[in-house]
Write a protein that binds this ligand. Structure first.
Ligand SMILES: O=C(O)CCC(=O)C(=O)O
Ligand SMILES: [Fe+2]
Length: 283
């Protein structure tokens, strides 16, 4: 997990984004209802919890998810909402583009290596807003259960309420029992920063050189916590395994190739207290 500062996103845009998110949430129910239900791969989707079909306990979270690249989708209401989201998503794609150059160099490749391998121009980007209302008994509820993000890096910003926690490296995060005895580190983001999570496809593409991290969101009884994320992945239907040049001469691929679409479907079909996509493709 990294915190990103000096990223070029103005404090004003950040505040507008948080205000716009709150005003979406404040819309009359009928304006949001049209986006409820449906499939994980619907271009605009809002609801409660991660996947109510498979979770035993309802989670203390409402969300809005939009597919924003290569085709931009966002609710038309409230007025001005879509424009602000579009501006933010474009900037976030530029930031991730720069980061991927740095990551390519860190792996001993030329700066556009990952851009070319994944065809970044056609990358699939998802925008998400998480709303965690104040919870009278925060110790009994969970905002988002432990999970890793799908995709490459994910940018996350939040209002001034804390709740993000990252799993301290532990012997085998796959095993539920061990997971519960592992240590959760609360992250207090620096002012005007983004949290940067490494997603599952990053781990696959780099053959484990960049590890996706497991994190969760806890809830509080003080106020509505809002977080905003931008997840960047490869094109939806292209198949990716470890990139050829990122495999050392004597390294075997540690993951089977998978499309981003299958990765997302897998994650949705499982309860989130294990790294579902990676569990399926690990050799
Ligand atoms: O809201 C948070 O702190 C975490 C959100 C998150 O992990 C996600 O949207 O994938
Ligand atoms: Fe996440």
């Amino acid at each position: 997990i990294l915190q990103l500062i000096n990223h070029g996103v103005s404090q004003t845009l950040r505040e507008e984004l948080l205000r716009a998110s709150q005003s979406f949430y404040d819309l009359p129910e009928q304006d949001r209802k049209q986006y409820e239900g449906g499939n994980i791969l619907d271009p605009i989707k809002c609801g409660t919890s991660f996947n109510v079909n498979v979770e035993k306990n309802l989670l203390w979270r409402d969300y809005l998810k939009c597919h924003v690249h290569p085709h931009f989708h966002a609710p038309l209401k409230p007025t001005g909402f879509s424009k602000i989201i579009e501006t933010f998503c474009k900037t976030s794609r530029e930031i991730i583009g720069e980061l991927l150059k740095g990551i390519s160099i860190s792996l001993g490749q030329e700066e556009n290596y990952i851009h070319k391998v994944i065809n970044y121009e056609s990358s699939f980007q998802i925008f998400v807003i998480n709303f965690y209302q104040p919870c009278p008994k925060p110790e009994l509820a969970m905002g988002l259960p432990p999970h890793s993000d799908y995709g490459l890096p994910t940018l996350l910003l939040q209002n001034d309420l804390q709740g993000f926690q990252v799993l301290h490296s532990c012997p085998s995060p796959k095993k539920k029992k061990i997971l519960h005895s592992c240590k959760w580190i609360p992250i207090q983001p620096l002012p005007n920063s983004f949290l940067l999570n490494t997603g599952d496809h990053m781990e696959i593409l780099t053959n484990g050189k960049y590890k996706s991290n497991i994190h969760r969101a806890i809830v509080n009884n003080k106020g509505t916590r809002i977080t905003i994320g931008a997840a960047h992945g490869p094109p939806l239907d292209d198949t990716f395994g470890p990139a050829t040049q990122l495999l050392g001469e004597h390294d075997l691929p540690l993951y089977q190739p998978i499309t981003y679409r299958d990765c997302m479907n897998l994650q949705q079909s499982n309860e989130l207290d294990k790294k579902s996509c990676l569990d399926h493709v690990r050799i």
